[in-house]
Design a protein around this ligand. Sequence first.
Ligand code: CP
Ligand code: NVA
Length: 309
Amino acid sequence: MTRHFLRDDDLSQAEQTEILNLAIELKKDRFAVRPLAGPQTVAVIFDKSSTRTRVSFAVGIADLGGSPLIISTANSQLGGKETAADTARVLERQVAAIVWRTFAQSGLEEMAAGTTVPVINGLSDEFHPCQLLADLLTIREHRGELAGRTVTFVGDGACNMAQSYLLAGTVAGMHVRIASPAGYAPDPQVVDDARAAALLTGGSVTLFTDPIAAVSEADVVVTDTWVSMGKEEEKALRLDELRDYRVDAALLAHAQPDALFLHCLPADRGYEVTAEVIDGPQSVIWDEAENRLHAQKALLVWLLARTSA
Ligand code: CP
Ligand code: NVA
């Protein structure tokens, strides 16, 4: 059986914990395991721009003894000339796994349905589950046990990061709050799925329009760009409609005094977050960015072991 990682709730709470535990071990000893020795190749495909995802997968695959093959959709037959399913059938005979950053989640589902190698979501319009593994690892490193912690996402509640917080946070047993204006609420189906996960783990989901109420007493405060990739033509409207959802020092002061601030990056200082917050003492963004490497290596090791079993 092949295990894929297309959305955060593809993992149970126990599986998510297993991967985070492995990430902690691999962070202590980067070259401890080499399941891709050969080297075997992992295809990492980009329909959208990337710095962190590209670097952390390339470095992580090399750390595991493998060889990364970075593919830009612009220079490939995927995305117009060939279906995801056909691409997957070509790749699976030559690579150990496929990572894909794309637009619609449905493309990832099509690719995963058509292949025997693990498919990993490197970001879609709907979810960014690899980033959430890194975020949860960062919160665990700084605060310990995840279950029972309150995390508040402020801003575009319909973006991939907010929706992944809903799923990954509730799988971890966290209380997930989203603060967004009308028109920027998460997909109701994702909210329902997160509530279903929370029922199993003791977590919860609460949607707010008031950012102060949402951030009140939170252990972790998170935001993301107001203009996600693919939304560039709405930029002026978004900067206007989201302007009251900026994470500044006054808003962060409503959270726990030692609350952590996270942002997946890239950030627009002065828009979704002020420089004093993102560059301030509560921000753990550089650990968060580094943890992409360790979390994704753990994910690859785990998926490869499950898939060959
Ligand atoms: N956070 C993140 O995924 O960054 P990149 O877009 O640079 O990969
Ligand atoms: N929500 C952002 C995340 C970038 C890593 C986007 O999709 O552009």
